[in-house]
Design a protein around this ligand. Structure first.
Ligand SMILES: Nc1nc2c(ncn2[C@@H]2O[C@H](COP(=O)(O)OP(=O)(O)OP(=O)(O)O)[C@@H](O)[C@H]2O)c(=O)[nH]1
Ligand SMILES: [Mg+2]
Length: 298
């Protein structure tokens, strides 16, 4: 009955990726999946929503929940994002608490660890960016992590430690058949992911402050032609002065954002795209909960 044994030893469950902004959660998600699903930038607070990445292996199906970096701010968008973190804690079977080894342990990590302990969820502390080495003045592994189920170091950039981490996770998942079709990669639409790639490009092209007040609203995603996907999106900004910056002199900036986003969107949809971007002043999006959610940031 080898076959029956194989079925019963297959594992599946939800794995939350948690941590402070910029810890490397989305990069690790992409590395585990072997696909670029979540956007990554050098700026903190890149991720604005829970993104499910489905990793089907022969031994297990890992339902990876990327989350926004936990942030202390009472602004409406951050409140919505912190709720996403809470929901991932509740939904997960195993949590990965990502800590940039050069930054070390802080209140955010302690808060998350306490919350996980209270919810009875096993937590693996993951020291990220192992390829960058350590800072002698930052203690690693942190004493507080002694309460975690395990402490591991990884580099999502080089792949070091990633398979070892996967095996640690799998061993803690419940025995279960796959919960999603094995060829499914995510629960997010191509339309939403394309908008995220536009936001990634804009975050890279623009200065420090502006990207946090900007949203991308995909107003058309037309796949009816097999040879060309047409995508039209509004970049929403809060003020007219921001609109001028995003448009740029003679439209130079918005063109650059589009040019930079194009190759990754073409990889995502697997073909040529027509991409038209517009900049729209919309002071209300940041102040309206249902707008925030309608834009996919939940
Ligand atoms: N050298 C190195 N850089 C990394 C590694 N993982 C992530 N980074 C970089 O760290 C920065 C932040 O990575 P993200 O994956 O966006 O971090 P995040 O935790 O998802 O950030 P938020 O979405 O803002 O919470 C990016 O510039 C990444 O390229 C790594 O293993 N090695
Ligand atoms: Mg992220």
């Amino acid at each position: 009955m080898a076959e029956a044994n194989e079925t019963t030893s297959h594992r599946a469950g939800f794995v939350a990726l948690l941590g402070a902004p910029n810890a490397g959660k989305s990069t690790l998600l992409n590395r585990l999946l072997g696909e670029k699903l979540a956007i990554v930038t050098a700026k903190p607070q890149t991720t604005r929503s829970r993104i499910l990445g489905i990793w089907s292996r022969p031994d297990a199906q890992l339902l990876l929940l990327d989350t926004p970096g936990l942030h202390e701010s009472s602004k409406l968008l951050n409140t919505a994002l912190n709720e996403v973190v809470g929901e991932a804690v509740d939904a997960c079977d195993v949590a990965l608490l990502l800590v940039d080894r050069r930054e070390g342990w802080g209140d955010v990590h302690q808060g998350l660890l306490n919350r996980l302990a209270k919810a009875g969820k096993p937590c693996i502390v993951v020291g990220t960016k192992a390829d960058l080495g350590r800072k002698p003045e930052v203690a690693w592994p942190p004493q507080e992590a002694a309460l975690a189920a395990a402490v591991m170091d990884v580099s999502a950039r080089t792949g070091e430690g990633v398979e070892e981490l996967a095996l640690q996770v799998v061993s803690r998942l419940p025995v279960s058949p796959p919960l999603y079709p094995e060829d499914q990669l995510t629960d997010r639409s191509l339309r939403f992911l394309a908008g995220e790639l536009v936001r990634e490009s804009a975050m890279e092209c623009l200065g420090q402050e502006l990207p946090y007040q900007m949203a991308v609203d995909v107003i058309e995603f037309d796949e009816s032609r097999p040879d060309l996907t047409t995508i039209r999106a509004n970049l929403l900004v809060a003020r007219n002065s921001q609109k001028r910056i995003v448009v740029g002199k003679g439209g130079e900036m918005i063109r650059r954002i589009g040019t930079q986003a194009r190759p990754s969107i073409e990889r995502l949809v697997g073909g040529k795209i027509h991409l038209a971007l517009f900049v729209k002043e919309d002071p209300k999006w940041l102040k309206n909960r249902s707008r925030i959610e309608a834009l996919g940031y939940h």
